[in-house]
Design a protein. Structure first.
Length: 125
């Protein structure tokens, strides 16, 4: 089984503390660890064995880093990019309008934001 380690919330990672944890995984170097920490946008590592993933998460939590691990197959597939024409945001949900002017409302608890590339404008009520 293949597991991934991900951050449960947005947080900055101390490279000097996290990179050695990654480098302790067989086959990885300190340079690999530093690169993974600097490039991390939520997912720290993928394709780990269960024991490796569990151990890494325990060590990260010891550093007060809110991390978790899951089997990769448990994750929802990443859909293709979608162009959003407009959006409205409230404290409990966001409503977005796609290129066909169709609106969808999503509760924040159902949203897992992995990356935002470009935001033209933001209206906050």
């Amino acid at each position: 089984m293949s597991y991934c380690v991900y951050l449960k919330r947005r947080q900055s990672l101390p490279v000097d503390q996290v990179a050695p944890l990654i480098a302790s995984i067989p086959g990885l170097t300190m340079a690999d660890g530093q690169q993974m920490v600097r490039r991390s946008r939520g997912f720290l590592m993928e394709h780990l064995e269960l024991d490796q993933a569990r151990h890494l998460v325990e060590q990260l939590r010891g550093l007060k880093i809110d991390a978790e691990f899951r089997q990769i197959r448990e994750l929802a597939p990443n859909p293709g990019p979608v162009t959003i024409r407009a959006g409205r945001f409230s404290s409990d949900s966001c409503t977005v309008q796609d290129w066909k002017s169709q609106e969808s409302t999503l509760l924040w608890e159902d949203v897992f934001l992995m990356s935002v590339t470009h935001l033209h404008a933001l209206e906050i009520p």
